[in-house]
Design a protein. Structure first.
Length: 175
């Protein structure tokens, strides 16, 4: 059943709103996937905080027109599912990459992050980007390292003194 004009406007507005706040977007051709497999993809995406939508390319072009993902407009051809990362930049890439491992018919066509179009081969690198929590953890480890080293260095001075006194004591007792 085709959409009427009001329904099309609603779809475009919904996708435009999501695209305006998303960190990255992946468009993949889903030709050959069953309804059950698409449902599985949507469920995995929901768990990861990724917005997934099958939308006509003409409507998708309108939706991403004034967003960071306008660079994708010319690449949207064929039956595509579009995934937008809403929580961290690598979430959509991880979901699509993991799903494509088991379902070879899902073929990534377009990868975009921060207003730049990336090569499809960059999906792997994007999927390995740390989540927010991982990035904060890595930053804290880097910030904590100099303090720990200073504490070990300061602690080494009295430790060395104690070992020297113990060595002198052992030498006098042996003599």
């Amino acid at each position: 059943m085709p959409l009427n004009l009001e329904q099309k406007k609603a779809v475009v507005a919904e996708v435009a709103e999501v695209a305006s706040t998303a960190y990255s977007a992946i468009a993949a051709e889903y030709r050959g996937l069953t309804v059950g497999e698409m449902t599985e993809l949507r469920a995995k995406a929901r768990e990861a905080g990724v917005y997934v939508r099958v939308i006509k390319n003409s409507l998708a072009r309108r939706a991403i027109e004034n967003t960071d993902f306008a660079c994708m407009k010319d690449e949207l051809t064929g039956p595509l599912v579009i995934a937008f990362s809403q929580e961290d930049p690598g979430a959509a890439a991880r979901v699509i990459k993991d799903f494509a491992k088991d379902h070879s018919k899902l073929e990534v066509k377009v990868v975009s992050i921060g207003g730049k179009l990336l090569a499809v081969s960059d999906l792997e690198a994007l999927s390995k980007m740390p989540t927010y929590e991982q990035a904060v953890s890595m930053l804290m480890a880097v910030m904590k390292a100099p303090v720990e080293k200073l504490a070990r260095t300061i602690n080494e001075v009295p430790g060395k003194l104690v070992r020297t006194v113990a060595a002198i004591r052992d030498a006098k007792e042996a003599a």
